[in-house]
Design a protein. Structure first.
Length: 507
């Protein structure tokens, strides 16, 4: 195992400046991160001395990816929910009871892991994240853990906790196949890096009450759950009061939570990322911290998403927005953003945002040093919407032409990641090449203020075979002339890129 170590500030600053990195050696989530705020009162800001983050090689590989996909798929796809399992909280008690029985109908005849992963790999995606268990508690993998108590939502009079004994997993459906295993096997064959998403809370297992918008609250919720006010506000009369969990139930909850995470890091091979979500609370943080230590011992190089574990996390995921500045955090980051209205299947093809939107976000995040993960969900049969497939393929065609300026690049120093609203820049790791992307067609010439090409070098446009004429004026910067033949026959759509050799070190 490796502990991420840092040089002294005096030695580090010149190196960071050369490579366009931040001038701090801290490993910190941004102060504005909602999930960090939720746990900041009990998760220590500086991890305990024995903790180890993933290795520098894992961090480097994470920063190289630049583009991937987030897949939300579960029994909420049978229910037709646009926003994963979240609408469960808005259902009546009777509707919740019916929802919890939907797993008995789960039989996605159209699911084919090879088709999914071929679509991803052939169209420029370097990773996928798959939801192994969302908040409603249904496991999309073969778990040996058991749920011992649950809420019977349609009990006479009012909902009641009842004993049970089931995995509440895909193994108990008509389908029975282990979707996570099939996707991991198929993804590895195609060289995709894999992230498995896992929700800390579990709304089906009554032992997990009252954490993270659980529809069952307890008298001590204010002390146990940092988000209890949000649950009260959202659900009102649909929020059910139950007794505080006993010490035995708390121990059983944390044991099952740990066992499921260990299954994911034991049964499915080397995992590049574990995408944790939501939070638990201060009373069980010591146990969760020990779980994180144990996961690190199982797979020292797995990158842990920071949700619920603060600065113990290896990476941060802005959700539904791209940070406005690259200084948002010096922790590795990857945007997650749904292509349609939500992360799960959307039947309305007009709601898919389009290839131009994906490409602009890929370029923008790469220029700021991050990666972009687009969210698409299949329907209940296991098929993606034709609009999503078409847009993913358009992006793939663009990346086949322009991907060299995206993959395995790094941001330029300071504010040089952009000029105005429509120019973005990345650079090669050795600092010898700058890649410029125009998000709007520049016209007869492209004017660049912030760089000087290497004397006598060629400037080439991605998708155009001939070098372009250019000139440099210290007062105006670099002017690249665009041949008239390109104006009516552009080599790509939506964004256009150039490769420019410079005198290293590049800034």
């Amino acid at each position: 195992m490796h502990r991420r170590t840092f040089l002294s500030a005096a030695l580090l600053s010149p190196l960071l400046a050369r490579h366009g990195l931040g001038a701090t050696n801290e490993h910190r989530l941004p102060a504005s991160d909602t999930h960090r705020k939720m746990v900041s009162s009990f998760v220590e800001d500086t991890p305990i001395p024995e903790y180890r983050w993933a290795s520098e090689s894992a961090y480097e590989a994470f920063r190289d990816m630049k583009y991937g996909v987030r897949i939300h798929w579960g029994i909420y796809s049978v229910a037709g929910f646009l926003h994963e399992s979240w609408p469960f909280l808005d259902l009546s008690f009777q509707e919740r009871a019916r929802y919890n029985e939907l797993y008995k109908t789960w039989n996605p005849s159209g699911f084919n892991a090879d088709e999914w992963t071929s679509l991803f790999a052939e169209n420029g995606m370097r990773m996928f994240a798959f939801t192994t268990k969302h908040h409603e508690g249904f496991s999309m993998f073969h778990t040996k853990t058991r749920v011992r108590q649950r809420i019977r939502w349609d009990a006479p009079g009012k909902p009641q906790i009842e004993d049970c004994d089931l995995a509440y997993s895909i193994a108990e459906t008509p389908f029975r196949r282990d979707v996570v295993k099939e996707l991991c096997d198929a993804g590895r064959k195609r060289g995709l890096r894999i992230a498995l998403y896992f929700s800390h809370p579990d709304w089906y297992d009554a032992d997990f009450r009252p954490y993270a918008d659980d529809p069952v609250t307890v008298p001590s919720a204010a002390q146990l759950d940092p988000g209890w006010k949000g649950a009260v506000k959202r659900m009102g009369a649909r929020l059910v009061m139950a007794p505080d969990p006993t010490p035995a139930q708390v121990a059983r909850m944390m044991a099952r939570h740990r066992a499921q995470l260990k299954e994911l890091l034991t049964n499915y091979g080397d995992m590049q990322m574990l995408s944790l979500d939501q939070w638990l609370g201060p009373a069980v943080w010591p146990q969760l911290r020990e779980t994180i230590l144990e996961l690190r011992r199982l797979q020292p190089n797995v990158m842990l998403r920071a949700r619920g574990i603060g600065n113990y996390g290896d990476y941060y995921t802005p959700e539904g927005f791209v940070p406005g500045q690259k200084s948002n955090t010096d922790m590795p980051w990857m945007v997650i953003y749904p292509l349609a209205r939500g992360f799960s299947f959307d039947p309305d093809g007009s709601q898919y945002k389009g290839a131009a939107w994906i490409i602009r976000n890929i370029v923008d995040t790469a220029a700021k040093g991050g990666s972009f993960q687009v969210g698409i969900g299949p329907d209940a049969t296991g098929k993606f919407h034709p609009a999503a497939i078409a847009q993913v393929k358009e992006v793939g065609a663009w990346l086949r032409t322009c991907g060299k300026g995206v993959y395995a690049t790094r941001p330029r120093a300071g504010d040089n990641w952009q000029e105005g609203n429509d120019l973005r820049f990345t650079r090669s790791k050795d600092g010898q090449t700058i890649y410029c992307f125009a998000l709007a067609w520049p016209g007869a010439s492209l004017q660049l203020r912030s760089l000087q090409p290497k004397g006598g070098s060629d400037i080439r446009m991605f998708g155009s075979p001939e070098p372009m004429k250019w000139s440099f004026d210290p007062a105006k910067g670099t002017t690249i002339e665009l041949p008239e033949s390109l104006h009516n026959r552009k080599p790509t759509e939506y964004a256009w890129g150039w490769s420019i050799r410079v005198n290293a070190p590049a800034t």
